[in-house]
Design a protein. Structure first.
Lengths: 275, 231
């Protein structure tokens, strides 16, 4: 950063995007090298589920590199601002940097404009970030986030998923991404109910992650010996809240206790679907 | 053939300084004050949209008087400086001292090199873990920096306001008392004669020491009115 004669001219030009400013400040930033064949840690399963008045997002703690567990306590769900969270699957290094840039972008806009971006605005901005990574995605280093937040206009939680080209899709009720997502989604499909409470949504997410870890080797289950549990965030009208360790311990214990009785988890009540 | 008049460098600097001072003195005042739980900012500002007080980063805020477009430019540059630093290094590496230096360089360069100096005066404040580590930097139109303690008044009748606060300010003021003191000083000296200022004419914000991460909070509407009624 040049300090000699004060702030450079591009600091004083109008504009409210940190990303655009960064591109002007350092044109080489974000220029990627040809890295075909690099093996890098990958994040795996993220689940998200709506409840009455908000949304929950949870992620397992495993990062894998091929068949090796690269990290057993990685965090893959992050708060973006006071009313939204993002979970990441794919190349961990690029994803974490994308999240940091996205957090800065959202806060930057809010400070410069004096008001925050709408939830939809944030979701669209994230889509353009993913599109910016398309070159890397073609080389096998894709980043695919899941975005969720509280929409203060509609007074409810919303979930957005993405594809590698930056396509943005709004999901209804629940969604899961990452290698364990087919199993998690199946689990969510059976356990989700309309208008559930915050606590029920958390429990459903934990069950879905357990099911993902049960069938996907790249997804980590709760590590009871080390006390490593999924990262869980709940977003509602009063903002983002991360579930504390003690709270999670109780919930995880009850899920594991249940699985001792029935390893495949709760039985879906077929009768409930009938009128 | 006409010859340009010779004007001595001293005269040029003096003229520019007088020009800037006059511009700043025309505006309404801002008071920044330490209280027991953080740093309080009070501006006489009837506008809800054009702010004189703003958040820069987690623990850092900005207050300004003078020409709006000029200090708004500096504010945006400050947010960029802070966000760029925080993104490139870490959030803990963004300091008010670094920002004050960058502002000082910018203001100094504009003052000596541009035709017209910036008609602004700004304060960069950072709330620390305890009151002794709070930082208040006052920057004037020519780029000089002052490291202040306790309270600062700038713009309009800043000297009279400072005089009044000098006699009253204490380190252990609670927020309502500090706010009352600042508002009274602004009301006493800001206009033609003593007046009363209500929440519609004031812009108030705090850097709260105990708030996690982003310490900046605006106090508006009913919350401000009830704080003003206190005592």
């Amino acid at each position: 950063m040049t300090q000699g004669a004060g702030l450079p001219a591009h600091f004083l030009r109008p504009g409210s995007s940190f990303m655009d400013f960064l591109a002007e400040h350092d044109p080489t930033w974000g220029r990627r090298l040809d890295v075909t064949g690099v093996e890098a840690p990958h994040g795996t399963t993220i689940v998200s589920c709506q409840f009455d008045g908000g949304v929950v997002m949870a992620g397992d703690r495993r990062a894998t590199m091929g068949n090796v567990i690269a990290q057993r306590d990685i965090e893959k769900v992050f708060p973006v601002d006071e009313y939204s969270v993002v979970g990441i699957a794919g190349t961990a290094g690029l994803a974490v940097e994308m999240v940091r840039l996205f957090q800065t972008e959202v806060e930057h806009f809010e400070k410069i404009e004096g008001m925050g971006l709408s939830l939809e605005g944030k979701a669209n901005r994230l889509a353009s970030f993913i599109r910016g990574n398309l070159g890397m995605a073609f080389q096998g280093l894709a980043v695919v986030p899941l975005f969720a937040g509280y929409d203060s206009v509609l007074s409810r939680g919303r979930i957005f998923s993405y594809d590698v080209t930056g396509g943005r899709y709004e999901e209804h009720s629940y969604h899961a991404i990452g290698s364990g997502s087919p199993f998690a989604r199946g689990s969510l499909k059976k356990l989700y109910r309309e208008q559930i409470s915050d606590a029920d949504a958390v429990r459903i997410c934990l069950q879905a992650l357990y099911d993902a870890a049960d069938d996907d080797s790249a997804t980590g289950g709760p590590d009871l010996t080390r006390g490593i549990f999924p990262v869980v965030y709940s977003v509602a009208a009063d903002g983002v809240r991360r579930l504390e360790e003690a709270e999670l311990q109780t919930l995880v214990d009850s899920v594991v206790e249940q699985r001792f009785q029935r390893p495949d988890g709760p039985v879906a009540d077929e009768g409930q679907a009938r009128p | 053939m006409t010859m340009p008049f010779y004007v001595s460098p001293e005269q040029i600097i003096k003229d520019k300084a007088d020009y800037a001072r006059k511009g700043i003195a025309r505006g309404r005042s801002v008071v920044v004050m330490q209280y027991d739980g953080g740093i309080l900012f009070v501006a006489e500002n009837p506008s809800r949209a054009l702010h004189k007080i703003s958040e820069i980063y987690d623990r850092i805020a900005f207050a300004a008087v003078g020409k709006y477009n000029e200090f708004e430019n500096l504010r945006v540059a400050g947010v960029r400086y802070a966000d760029l630093r925080g993104f490139s290094y870490d959030r803990a590496d963004v300091t008010s001292r670094g920002l004050a230096n960058a502002y000082a360089q910018t203001l100094g360069t504009v003052f000596t090199e541009a035709q017209k100096p910036y008609e602004v005066e700004i304060i960069v404040a950072e709330v620390g873990p305890d009151q002794a580590s709070d930082q208040l930097y006052r920057l004037t139109f020519d780029g000089s920096v002052g490291d202040e303690h306790g309270f600062v008044a700038m713009g309009g009748a800043s000297e009279a306001i400072s005089g009044q606060l000098q006699a009253l300010w204490q380190a252990d003021l609670a927020l309502p008392a500090a706010l009352r003191m600042a508002v009274d000083a602004l009301a006493e000296h800001g206009g033609q004669g003593p007046r009363t200022l209500d929440e519609k004419q004031l812009e108030v914000a705090v850097l709260e020491r105990t708030r996690p991460r982003r310490a900046f909070r605006r106090i508006v509407g009913e919350q401000l009115a009830s704080l003003l009624r206190d005592e």
